[in-house]
Each structure stands twice: as structure tokens, then as C-alpha cells.
Design a protein around this ligand. Structure first.
Ligand SMILES: Cc1cc2nc3c(=O)[nH]c(=O)nc-3n(C[C@H](O)[C@H](O)[C@H](O)COP(=O)(O)OP(=O)(O)OC[C@H]3O[C@@H](n4cnc5c(N)ncnc54)[C@H](O)[C@@H]3O)c2cc1C
Length: 495
């Protein structure tokens, strides 16, 4: 299996990554990307070491592959898959949202349901199968951009002024389709191998040009990545910004300047019905978002551990009011892990033989996430008080012989030396207050769609209200005006 070293080597490929009006040369030589790319390399090394139990024998490629890219067929495989995802999530403490297991999971589901992509003119179903085999055999890191740019949400792209603002097909050639336009928001693309592009938002009949699905290498002619302001370069040290310095995944607006997508990389071409079905009739949406919940649960446990330690250091942990706050935190964190396990417990097997996590539990947790995460951050913010600002400006105050004595005298706690205390509270600030922290709040609230979409389209539809209402109707049918008038069920029978 591909190692971290091999992955890093492959990044010097002439990709067009843009920051501050300029094309970044080799991403590994830029402080915005170097450390987070090394984090990804560590993940690949963990997967490549058989001792970590992250490999499985793939029938599709008849060889070893990354367990997080497996399409589970049995309950045991579903459990092993969750454990492999946890292994990676624990390495980053859940602070890397789009590690390669996220989009890789979608292709596990696509590859198990090629029929959904079947097309009379072209072998798109075969393309999906072959591409999944490529993901497995090359241990690929995919990012994705599946949301139209935020031009206007009042209409879909066909209603916008200006053509091809959203990525769409301009024309077809013998070699493939030519696409033009943009899509948001490809997390990790600047350091990924490939980018998967499609549209998950519903399209109207006039949007057929935008109904595409394809994957291409990041280093493709005409493909540009406009990255948001990176936070890692401003991180003065690992000690000052322990999370920012390692886990600042770049987010990018993806722009296509008449890019040729070869036919063998096209999965959907101008087909609104298949576009809708690709995520939901393949199980990809559920399997992919379960990966996200496993990662989220790992992150929440990490934040809870910081909160608990802060109260120990500050000597507030014996106060009943503080224990109540830690209790609320524990309840929230446990409810997310419980949903992950409940989804596993209620898993079902679909028509293609793929084992899918239970949707009611999965989408239930997702429906609350836009409140869960801010609440968790708010509890930690409450518990740390001003301690996160009563901190030296940087590691320099800790190392300078002039300032260190004051740090050791004034910034410490009983039994907790200055360095230990500063370290903990700097970590807390990187969780609640740094730019990295702010981006994470936005990420957890929006990565699976705006909250109104998650609740209205996923949680509501998958809850199983019909079965509940059927039970309610049985109960309502068990009594009537007549039975009440006759005294039945009132306790007055025979009176
Ligand atoms: C940090 C981060 C990383 C991301 N990474 C990725 C990625 O890797 N790949 C990817 O494809 N996408 C990614 N996304 C994009 C994400 O999928 C979108 O942000 C998400 O789908 C929501 O779309 P939007 O931001 O355009 O919000 P909009 O749809 O514009 O909604 C914004 C807000 O407007 C209001 N609103 C709009 N329409 C309605 C309505 N009909 N009813 C009620 N309220 C409404 C709501 O308050 C809503 O929250 C990322 C986003 C963030 C923040």
C-alpha cells in the first residue's frame, strides 16, 4: 500500500493552487500546506503498516487495500470499518474533517452500485467500477466539491446572470466533456491526489448542463484552486497553536477554465435523475456521513478531555455547578458516540449486499450537530474563563531568561508547572478562539449541508415517522365517542 513518503512525493506535480494572487509552487514548500500534508502522510503510514489492522483483502483488486475504502458486506466488516476510521480519527483527535477516508467512502458505495450510473450511450457504470478499483489499488486521497458556488440561493444556476458560474458541460468532444465554471468548497484539494466534482443540491429541468459527476487529478490543465486564507503560517509554534500547526486543512473554491474531462473519468453527463440518485440510491450519503460522525465523536471526546483537565488545573472540578457543566458536556459527547453505535447496531443490508448504518440514528445525530458543536465549545469557553488570555504572547516568553521567571511564578497552578498550564490553555484557545477554531465551528455546522437541509432533507425523511404514526393511529382507533359514552375504558364499566 502507498506510504506517506510516496504520497508526499506525488504532490510536486504542477497543480494550480492560488494564494494571495499568486500560484503557489510546490505545496510542500509552503507553510500553508506543508504540515497538514505531513499529517496526511502519517495517516497513510498508519494504514500501510499491517500491525495497525487497517488493511483488508480486496476482491475488487485481489490484493491488500485500505479498510476505510471497503464496502462492508457483513456486520463484522462494518465494525472493522468503524474501527479503522477511528484509528485515523484518533491520530488527529478528530481535527481533520476530510481525511482520505471521507470521499473514499463515497466511492466504496458508488463502486458497489454501478447500476445507478448505467447509461445507454457510454459505459459510466464501468467507469465508476474502474475508478473505485483505482482508489483501492493506489490508496488515493480524494477531495470533493459538490456544492454550487454561493452566487444566489434564490434560484439554481440556470437562473443566475452570467453563464457557467456553476461548473457545467460546455461541449462534448471525442475525448470527453469540456467543463467550465466553479464549485465550492473543496476541503483538502490543495494537498489531495484528485478532486471529485458533482452537485448534491437539487437541480431544475433547465439545469441539465450542471448535472455532471466526474473525478480528475488536482494537477489537470485549467483546474485552479482558490484557497481561503490559511491559518498555519501565522501559527508561531506548535506549542502556541498545537492544532492549527498540524491540522489546518485548506478549503478551496474550485474553478474550471474549459477543462477536458476524459470520458473514462465521467460518471454522469447531463442527467439530473442520475445526479439525484448517485448519493441516495447507492448508500454513499449514509456511509460517508457515518464516517464523519465517527470522526466527530472522536473530536468531541478530545474536547471533553480538555475541559475536564482545565477544571482540574484550575481547582474548580469539585464545585457542584462545575460538575453539572461537565455532566452536560458528557451527555452531549456520549449521545454522539451512542448514535454512531446505534447506527451500527441498526444496520441493514441493501439490494446490492452492502451493509449500511441505520439512517434514523445517523441522521438524528447529524440533525443536532449545528447545535451540539457550538454548545460543546460554549461549555469549554465557560470553563476556561480568562485563563486562555492570561497567557504569554508566544513560546518566546517561556524561553527568554528575562520573562521566564515571571511566567513560572504567576502562570502556574498548584502542582502544575507553568509550562504545563500554558500548554493546556493554549490548546484550549486553539479549540475555542483561534481562527482555526472559528473555521471548525463553521465546518461542523455546514460540512454536510446547511442545518435546514440536514434536518429537513435527511433527519426528517429518515426518521421513520410513518411507523410511529401508524402506532398512534392504532391507539387512537382503540377508543371512540361510543366507547366513552358506554363507559368502556373509563374505569366505570359495570358501575
Ligand atoms: C469549513 C467548510 C468546509 C467545507 N468543505 C466542503 C467540502 O469539502 N466539499 C464540499 O462540497 N462542500 C464543502 N463545504 C460546503 C458545504 O457543503 C456548504 O457550506 C453547505 O452545503 C451549505 O451550503 P452553503 O454554505 O452554500 O449555505 P446556503 O445554502 O447558502 O445556506 C446558508 C444559510 O442561508 C439560510 N438559507 C438558505 N436557504 C434556505 C432555505 N431554503 N430555507 C431556510 N434557510 C435557508 C440558512 O440560514 C442557511 O444556513 C464546506 C463548508 C465549510 C463551511
Amino acid at each position: 500500500m502507498r506510504t506517506g513518503k510516496q504520497y508526499l512525493k506525488s504532490l510536486n506535480d504542477g497543480r494550480t493552487v492560488i494564494l494571495d494572487g499568486e500560484v503557489v509552487g510546490h505545496v510542500l514548500e509552503h507553510p500553508a500546506f506543508a504540515n497538514v500534508a505531513r499529517t496526511m502522510a502519517e495517516l497513510f503510514d498508519i494504514a500501510a503498516d499491517p500491525a495497525n489492522g487497517m488493511q483488508f483483502h480486496s476482491e475488487e483488486i485481489n490484493g491488500p487495500a485500505n479498510r476505510t475504502f471497503a464496502a462492508p458486506r457483513t456486520q463484522e466488516e462494518l465494525v472493522l470499518r468503524r474501527q479503522a476510521i477511528e484509528k485515523w480519527a484518533k491520530h488527529t483527535h478528530g481535527w481533520v474533517g476530510r481525511s482520505p477516508d471521507h470521499v473514499g467512502t463515497f466511492f466504496a458505495a458508488f463502486g458497489s452500485h454501478p447500476d445507478v450510473f448505467k447509461n445507454e450511450e457510454r459505459d459510466f457504470a464501468g467507469n465508476v467500477e474502474r475508478y473505485y478499483r483505482k482508489v483501492l489499488s493506489e490508496n488515493l486521497y480524494l477531495s470533493y466539491a459538490i456544492i454550487p458556488p454561493q452566487v444566489s440561493r434564490a434560484t439554481t444556476a440556470s437562473g443566475w446572470e452570467g453563464e457557467y458560474l456553476q461548473v457545467g458541460v460546455v461541449r462534448e468532444t471525442e475525448e470527453g466533456i469540456i467543463v467550465r465554471g466553479s464549485q465550492m468548497l473543496a476541503t483538502g484539494a490543495a494537498i489531495a491526489d484528485e478532486v471529485f466534482v458533482t452537485c448534491i443540491k437539487p437541480l431544475g429541468p433547465d439545469d441539465v448542463d450542471f448535472a455532471v459527476s466526474f473525478a480528475i487529478p488536482v494537477a489537470t490543465d485549467g483546474l485552479k484552486l482558490y484557497c481561503r486564507r490559511p491559518f498555519a503560517p501565522a501559527a508561531t509554534s506548535e506549542f502556541d497553536y498545537p492544532l492549527t500547526s498540524h491540522y489546518d486543512e485548506p478549503d478551496a473554491l474550485v474553478v474550471f477554465d474549459d477543462v477536458l474531462i476524459p470520458w473514462d473519468r465521467v460518471f454522469i453527463n447531463r442527467n439530473i435523475d442520475t445526479l439525484r440518485r448517485q448519493f441516495f440510491d447507492t448508500g454513499a450519503h449514509a456511509l460517508g456521513n457515518w464516517q464523519a460522525q465517527i470522526r466527530f465523536s472522536t473530536k468531541l471526546k478530545f474536547i471533553a478531555s480538555v475541559a475536564r483537565k482545565v477544571t482540574q488545573v484550575n481547582g474548580t472540578d469539585k464545585i457542584p455547578g462545575v460538575q453539572e457543566k461537565l455532566g452536560e458536556l458528557a451527555a452531549i459527547v456520549q449521545s454522539v458516540e451512542s448514535a454512531v453505535l446505534a447506527a451500527e447496531y441498526t444496520a441493514t443490508t441493501d439490494d446490492a449486499g452492502m451493509r449500511l448504518p441505520g439512517k434514523s440514528a445517523l441522521y438524528g445525530a447529524m440533525g443536532l450537530q449545528s447545535e451540539t458543536y457550538p454548545r460543546v465549545i460554549s461549555i469549554l469557553r465557560d470553563l476556561v474563563g480568562g485563563g486562555v488570555l492570561q497567557l504569554p504572547s508566544s513560546i518566546a516568553d517561556m524561553t527568554s531568561s528575562v520573562t521566564r521567571p515571571d511566567m513560572e511564578r504567576y502562570v502556574q497552578s498548584p502542582g502544575v508547572a507553568s509550562e504545563e498550564r500554558v500548554k493546556l490553555f493554549k490548546l484550549a484557545w486553539d479549540i475555542i478562539g483561534s481562527e482555526f477554531a472559528g473555521r471548525h465551528q463553521q465546518y461542523e455546522m455546514f460540512y454536510a449541508g446547511a442545518p435546514f437541509v440536514v434536518r429537513g432533507a435527511y433527519t426528517y425523511r429518515n426518521y421513520g415517522y410513518d411507523a410511529l404514526v401508524a402506532e398512534l393511529d392504532t391507539f387512537l382507533g382503540s377508543y371512540s365517542v361510543d366507547s366513552t359514552v358506554n363507559g368502556a375504558g373509563t374505569g366505570m364499566e359495570g358501575a
